[in-house]
Design a protein around this ligand. Structure first.
Ligand SMILES: [Zn+2]
Length: 455
């Protein structure tokens, strides 16, 4: 499967935001520190978010002398005892029971006074709003809940009902995702996605072409330096796109998404997507597993697991499901690893219809090999097939070994290969490069024969 085709999906963001968006892009970095309300206000007042933020803060300082009132919702402080004051010789105080059926009411501990949340937030500038509940604070506890006075009078006022309606409307818009600030954030979200998708593109290209990612330096600052590696070099090249470069300027310095940790995380995510695609392709089909192992340079046993199945077009299809590392190289550990990896990917081991390995006793052994242990583990018969490719390899190897002239030929080729690899010779030799000859992989032999054929 070609990974480049697999991930070849259209961008979700237009390449060229209109003029109206540019201001937003250039100031997007600031929006992270702003509340949605500030951005909302900026939109409505047609000023920049930064300026709106400044204006709003200064107006809040003027209108909230108490300083401890609610920001996103009423601050309904509940206390057992509130400070009391003398009213006609009798001590009176605020009571938390007054919050009942008055969700707009809030209490400031600093000012020992009651305020109205919606009237503070939604009153029209210069309106004749009752200042007791917005600026000064209401503390006439004697008449607080009397009919037609105090809290009840305020709740029945036309101005309060208007502000309360605006408050509830705003809450409903937020709940249904129609709030203006939500839409503004969605634009920023879209830009962030565009930025991240550009990084994913670079990773996809490098991974798809088996190219190394990193060089000597790994920081955003060293992006244009020599030795910063292909990932950062390519990203720097991509930044020549004006739109992306503009967005990149607005990305916070601590969230560039270019570190090697992020590269690995994105690679993992892409790997998961490929695996999920393969599992979807296999669907409910029975499948064959083809497993082969080798030791990596650190001595750990690494196994490749291939699944072979009939796809929905009834074509035999093979997919490399994963390359896993086993803790040890014995048959029991390998069997466990195979079953675990299949399960982890989302394929049921119950649907294995046959198993294909090389002829090594570790894999094919009738008594203790992986093929036997897998059948025991899954408690059913799963035919083992000696891999045809490996069989063909054995045929070729044995055929070559049986003919002395062929042996001499490849022996000479091997000597020539080693000779040409010497540094002093390699500098001068400009001819066709001979291939390395490996006993377990005869493609090198074929390549070598092709070299001589050309000569
Ligand atoms: Zn009010």
């Amino acid at each position: 499967m070609d990974i480049r085709r697999f991930f070849n999906k259209p961008r979700s963001v237009s390449e060229d935001p209109g003029d109206g968006d540019r201001a937003c892009v250039s100031e997007a970095g600031c929006s992270y520190a702003q509340t949605s309300e500030e951005i909302d206000s900026a939109r409505e007042a047609n000023v920049s978010p930064v300026e709106a933020s400044r204006q709003q803060r200064s107006s809040q300082q003027a209108s909230e002398p108490a300083g401890d009132l609610g920001i996103d919702q009423p601050n309904q402080v509940v206390k057992k005892n509130y400070p009391s004051s003398l009213f006609s010789g009798k001590k009176r105080s605020f009571h938390s029971a007054w919050y009942t059926n008055r969700d707009w009411l809030e209490y400031s501990v600093n000012a020992d006074a009651a305020y109205c949340y919606p009237c503070q937030k939604f009153r029209a500038p210069g309106s004749s709003m009752d200042s007791a509940f917005t600026l000064n604070g209401f503390s006439d506890w004697k008449h607080a809940v009397e009919m037609g006075k105090g809290l009840n009078k305020h709740a029945a006022s036309k101005e309060h009902m208007l502000c309360a309606t605006m408050w509830k409307d705003k809450e409903m818009r937020i709940a249904t995702g129609r709030e203006v600030s939500t839409l503004v954030n969605a634009e920023q979200l879209q830009r962030n996605r565009y930025y991240l998708s550009s990084i994913v593109d670079v990773i996809e290209f490098l991974a798809g072409n088996h190219l190394p990612f990193r060089g000597d330096n790994d920081s955003y600052a060293s992006m244009s330096d020599d030795g910063c590696g292909l990932f950062l070099s390519m990203f720097e090249y991509t930044l020549r796109k004006v739109v992306l470069a503009t967005i990149a300027q607005s990305i916070p310095h601590n969230a560039r998404y270019t570190s090697h940790e992020i590269q690995n995380e994105l690679l993992d995510n892409m790997s998961t997507m490929v695996t999920e695609h393969i599992v979807t392709e296999v669907g409910e089909s029975f499948y064959t597993i083809k497993v082969d192992g080798t030791r990596d340079p650190t001595g750990r046993e690494t196994i490749s697991i291939v699944v072979r199945f009939i796809n929905e077009l009834y074509e035999p299809t093979e997919r490399l499901l994963t390359i896993a590392t086993a803790d040890q190289g014995d048959a029991a550990t390998l069997t466990d690893t195979i079953v675990e990896e299949l399960s982890k990917a989302g394929l049921s081991p119950r649907r294995i219809i046959s198993q294909v390995y090389d002829g090594a006793s570790l894999m094919s052994g009738k008594h203790g090999g992986v093929q036997k242990r897998l059948q025991e583990k899954l408690q059913r018969d799963i035919p083992y097939v000696h891999c045809f490719n490996h069989q063909l390899h054995l045929v070729v190897s044995h055929a070559l070994a049986a003919e002395q002239a062929v042996l001499d030929f490849f022996s000479t080729c091997n000597i020539l290969y080693k000779f040409c690899r010497r540094p002093t010779v390699a500098i001068l030799y400009k001819g066709e490069r001979l291939k390395r000859l490996l006993e377990q992989c005869w493609t090198g032999h074929f390549g070598t024969v092709c070299c001589f054929k050309i000569i």
